[in-house]
Design a binder for this molecule. Structure first.
Ligand code: KIV
Ligand code: ZN
Length: 388
């Protein structure tokens, strides 16, 4: 098994399925360029058969992007697959991602098909896709709630037909980390030809566990591709967040032992671009990309970070694209943090007693005002002490 973890970004497909997150072709192209700068391995650009607009967007991305594989989703039927192949014609590296639901609930109530019909359709879809494209991913939709014997039968058949990636969606975010990890491991152990494909995880966040489930699928199940979106964008409660999964694998390389090809300094620019484009605001306490992710407000933490950053930081803000970490001055801040900010602002204190007096004024103001900005400090100590 390889030690490379493939990052498959589906911001432009599953992310776009988030109500209100629909994007124009130009917007998608701009985000695709940023995803390429981020060095994601696969960009799922859209669902070419879903509309003419999405066909054009997938085509424009396929014609432009050089360094990442460009993928289109397609239902398991000839028309969708042919449309995906057509949109991807100009790509340096293309992937067709075809899917059909395999859970009893979806087959009976949604597809109104028998398991045998679904089995046959999955097999024929992958066979057709493989005739058009050497890189074919198959997803059994609602895979995690599927009956395991049936799922093994379908997956063995599609691997025989040439599927190169097998993706196991937790479509409704129902999984629990250990159980999902073991589910993937069981599938890989029970399917005789399982090592002919790369195994992939695709987790939704309905119970807030998309990242944990994906990581369990990697660690316990042996998956080597994670499907994710920038800022965890996606239908309902969203998908697995790319920035979290990537930084978890990098920061805890001691545990995962895997390489990711991502240029992490492009994470915050990607987060900003997706947020601005969709209008979906990133919550301040969001891991990695939230405004407070590297901000320190309490005096004890500020003092620790000023002495040695790793006292309270497990990652560097600069490594994920922030210009620096942030010491937020407020009522919990200590003298050390205040002194440091004065120095950064070029404010010279002639003596310890002058510093103490300024700090007392600062504390008094901080009791009345939630956050103290640089302008407040300059006003507090008087312009005359700012060096020219
Ligand atoms: O969540 C899901 O099941 C999907 C598939 C189409 C892969 O997005
Ligand atoms: Zn999904």
């Amino acid at each position: 098994m390889t030690d490379k973890l493939i990052i498959f970004d589906t911001t432009l497909r599953d992310g776009e399925q988030s109500p209100g997150a629909s994007m124009t072709k130009e917007e998608k192209l701009r985000i695709a360029r940023q995803l390429e700068r981020l060095r994601v391995d696969v960009i799922e650009a859209g669902f070419a058969a879903s509309s003419n607009g999405d066909f054009e967007a997938v085509k424009a991305i396929a014609d432009t992007i050089k360094d990442s594989t460009v993928c289109s989703l397609a239902r398991a039927n000839d028309r969708d697959i042919a449309r995906a192949a057509e949109a991807l014609k100009g790509a340096q590296r293309a992937r067709i991602h075809t899917f059909i639901a395999t859970s009893p609930l979806h087959m009976e109530k949604k597809l109104r098909m028998t398991p045998d019909q679904v089995y046959e359709q999955a097999r024929l879809a992958v066979r057709y896709a493989r005739n058009l494209c050497p890189d074919v991913e198959f997803s059994p939709e609602d895979g995690y709630r599927s009956e395991i014997d049936f799922l093994c039968r379908v997956l063995e058949a599609v691997i025989d037909e040439g599927a190169t990636t097998i993706n196991i969606p937790d479509t409704v975010g129902y999984a629990i980390p250990e159980l999902y990890g073991e589910f993937i491991r069981t599938l890989r152990e029970r399917i005789p030809n399982s090592d002919k494909a790369i195994w992939s995880v695709h987790c939704h966040n309905d119970l807030g566990m998309a990242v944990a489930n994906s990581l369990a699928g990697v660690k316990i199940g042996g998956a080597r591709q994670v499907e994710c979106t920038i800022n965890g964008l996606g239908e309902r409660a969203g998908n697995c967040a790319l920035e979290e999964v990537v930084m978890a694998v990098k920061t805890r390389r001691d545990y995962f032992g895997l390489e990711v090809g991502i240029d992490t300094t492009q994470i915050v620019p990607a987060s900003r671009l997706v947020s601005q484009t969709t209008g979906f605001v990133v919550q301040p306490n969001k891991a990695v990309v939230g405004a407070n992710a590297f901000a320190h407000a309490s005096g004890i933490h500020q003092d620790g970070v000023l002495k040695a950053r790793d006292t309270y930081e497990i990652m560097r803000a600069e490594d994920v694209g922030w210009s620096a970490n942030k010491i937020v001055l407020g009522k919990l801040s200590g003298r050390n943090a205040f002194k440091q900010r004065l120095q950064e602002l070029g404010i010279v204190m002639e003596s310890e007693s002058e510093l103490n007096a300024a700090f007392a004024k600062f504390k008094e103001l901080a009791d009345r005002k939630a956050e103290i900005f640089d302008e407040d400090i300059i006003a507090l100590v008087g312009d005359e002490s700012v060096t020219p």
